[in-house]
Design a binder for this molecule. Structure first.
Ligand code: 5GP
Length: 191
């Protein structure tokens, strides 16, 4: 998605630890025109796949997931993050290692909101090592639902998570894929 690449080049900031900061248009202030276009592009990519639910993780995935869900006309579910895995009730859980915070946390979703008959599209803002998506895929599997694929705003291709998931047969669509990010700037994988 050319617009996403242009926005990253114009406003993205490279932080230590190979973190890309996009607070000015995606993670803190949200460019709502871009957000609507992200939702439409995700809906276009997965048109005809019979998606019944979009699943993401709080908090930075929610806006993008909501835009995708609105464009597709399906509900959005977000997994909650808990520091401990002692969660009561009828929930599915999975453990995720956080790339940005270098800690482990548990993601939790109510069994009421993810059903065996669902065809689920995973959505997130970033894809780095793939741990967040793997945790979400685990929730889908625990619910006995069908994983249709994943849609990501920005994939850091050089960290390998996206290609590892593709190698497992999971469809992963990223609106921008960074091939490199360093003092010389940012390069994108041709799409
Ligand atoms: P992964 O689990 O694929 O290693 O990392 C993806 C998660 O970490 C995303 O949910 C995202 O919130 C966060 N993340 C990973 N890399 C970045 C980055 O460069 N910038 C920002 N803002 N978040 C990132």
């Amino acid at each position: 998605m050319r617009l996403m690449e242009e926005k990253i080049l114009a406003e993205g900031k490279i932080l230590p630890g190979q973190i890309l900061k996009v607070g000015s248009f995606l993670n803190q202030r949200i460019d709502t025109d871009l957000l609507a276009k992200i939702g439409q592009e995700i809906a276009r990519l997965y048109d005809g796949e019979g998606v019944t639910k979009v699943l993401t993780i709080e908090s930075s995935g929610i806006a993008i997931a909501a835009a995708a869900g609105m464009a597709m006309g399906v509900p959005v579910v977000f997994a909650k993050k808990h520091k401990s895995s002692n969660v009561d009730g009828e929930v599915y859980t999975a453990s995720v290692h956080s790339y940005t915070h270098n800690t482990d946390y548990t993601i939790v979703v109510s069994c009421d909101y993810l059903r065996p008959e669902d065809k689920v599209l995973l959505v997130d803002d970033f894809l780095a090592n793939g741990k967040a998506l793997m945790g979400l895929a685990e929730l889908v599997a625990k619910a006995g639902a069908t994983l249709v694929g994943a849609a990501i705003a920005i994939e850091k291709g050089f960290q390998g998570g996206g290609d590892a998931l593709r190698a497992q047969g999971i469809r992963v669509e990223s609106l921008a894929i960074l091939d490199s990010m360093d003092d010389n700037g940012i390069t994108f994988r041709p799409q």
